[in-house]
Design a protein around this ligand. Structure first.
Ligand SMILES: Cc1cc2nc3c(=O)[nH]c(=O)nc-3n(C[C@H](O)[C@H](O)[C@H](O)COP(=O)(O)OP(=O)(O)OC[C@H]3O[C@@H](n4cnc5c(N)ncnc54)[C@H](O)[C@@H]3O)c2cc1C
Ligand code: SF4
Length: 359
């Protein structure tokens, strides 16, 4: 499958990248981030004889390219311009701060995160999750920013143009129906990044920069919960940094994931747990899941179940039951939804016990 034609822009600094964005990115939707993300874009009417879609009249950000480039080969994106960030060294690196927090540049490779002694020691859940992404080669290229911004996935969407055309396309791209939930108007494509649940457990924030402003938001507020319009990011905005707060340093952490091929695959269900204990009791704990909903999610109520208790099998099972209830896997991905939900229960139990040092 060939790549569509595009013009490659290679800024050497953030300022240059923002200049390109102000020149080539379309104006943001009125109302800013919130409105753009929560308001549904107008749907094009479904036509049985749908023709080959026209090019996106837009610009796309390229970081490692490990997800974007295969998607472009499938003609899921056909931007006029590609903004290749890789030469911007200021956006790379893990920078511990004097107060115990850490800043991670959006272009930092997943391999650097996996291998960082500092992160392994102070924020182990993130290093654990990064080490499970794809394969070593892809982790060398893939970045933390790209993992956070990763497109949602579906068996009906991550296919070639010919395949999708044969099925009449779908809501997420060029069509007006959902093959997973027929009759509905919502896309349920699954968010399938491995590091965001650990970042949610760590209370991470991200910096978003556009030609006109910079803002810092909680990662939790970045995702919309929609399968198609899944993130609150305008075409003229970049994710530039990830911040981990000092209050989360030293928490034990574990990430567990289900995948078909252990050496390379996207998660089909994933669970991150962070925990702090004193005198055997749980002082604080969080659980987050991925790949079973259109957004990575913190499990509400998990902390209430765990805090103040002595960790044991039945407590871990209760946390697993809660996580399984909140997960909503559909037929967007390989393996059955029932099995994926069951594995959320099992992995949550195991991850809670492992974070407590009990297995
Ligand atoms: C065979 C295979 C297996 C994979 N397995 C996994 C897996 O197990 N787990 C997993 O999580 N991922 C997996 N991936 C996907 C991918 O490798 C990772 O998610 C990687 O972290 C993506 O980062 P990237 O830098 O390559 O992003 P890119 O592909 O460059 O970009 C991904 C998306 O993010 C946007 N983007 C990137 N950086 C920024 C930024 N700084 N600001 C704004 N937007 C940005 C891009 O425009 C694009 O929409 C797999 C990919 C392949 C091909
Ligand atoms: S859930 Fe899958 S089939 Fe349904 S609209 Fe989203 S991508 Fe298309």
């Amino acid at each position: 499958m060939s790549l569509p034609q595009f013009k490659l822009l290679r800024p050497r600094s953030l300022e240059e990248a923002l200049d390109f964005l102000s020149k080539y990115a379309p104006d943001p939707a009125p109302g800013g981030l919130e409105t753009a993300a929560l308001g549904r874009p107008p749907r094009t009417p479904f036509v049985q004889t749908a023709s080959i879609p026209t090019q996106d009249a837009s610009i796309r950000v390229l970081a490692g390219g490990t997800d974007l480039v295969p998607s472009m080969r499938q003609k899921l994106f056909e931007p006029q311009y590609m903004l290749d960030l890789r030469a911007i060294s200021a956006l790379r690196g893990i920078k511990p701060q004097a107060d115990g927090s850490v800043e991670i540049g959006a272009l930092t490779s997943l391999r650097s995160i996996e291998r960082s002694e500092f992160l392994r020691q102070h924020f182990p859940v993130l290093a654990d999750a990064a080490a499970t992404v794809a394969s070593p080669t892809l982790r060398n290229m893939g970045t933390i920013g790209g993992n956070i911004c990763l497109d949602t996935r579906c068996l009906w969407y991550n296919q070639s143009l010919t395949w999708r055309k044969g099925c009449g396309f779908c809501i997420k791209k060029d069509g007006d129906l959902c093959h997973v939930a027929p009759g509905g108007t919502t896309c349920w494509a699954a968010f399938s990044g491995d590091t965001p649940p650990s970042l949610l457990c760590l209370n991470a924030e991200i910096e978003i920069v556009s030609p006109s402003r910079a803002s810092r938001i909680s990662l939790q507020d970045f995702y919309t919960g929609l399968g198609d319009n899944y993130r609150k990011l305008q075409p003229n905005e970049l994710v530039t940094r990830v911040f981990l707060p000092p209050s989360m340093a030293g928490y034990r952490g574990v990430y567990r994931k289900l995948r078909v091929r252990g050496s390379i695959d996207y998660p089909l269900a994933g669970v991150a747990v962070t925990m702090k204990q004193s005198n055997g009791h749980i002082d604080d704990a969080r659980i987050a899941i991925t790949a079973v909903n259109p957004a990575p999610m913190l499990i509400r109520g998990a902390s209430e179940i765990l805090i103040g208790k002595l960790p044991n099998e039945s407590l871990a099972e209760a946390a697993g039951d809660l996580a399984a209830r909140i997960s909503k896997p559909l037929t967007t991905s390989a393996l059955t939804p029932e099995y994926r939900r069951e594995m959320i229960r099992v992995f949550t139990k195991r991850a809670v016990l492992a974070a407590a040092g009990l297995n």
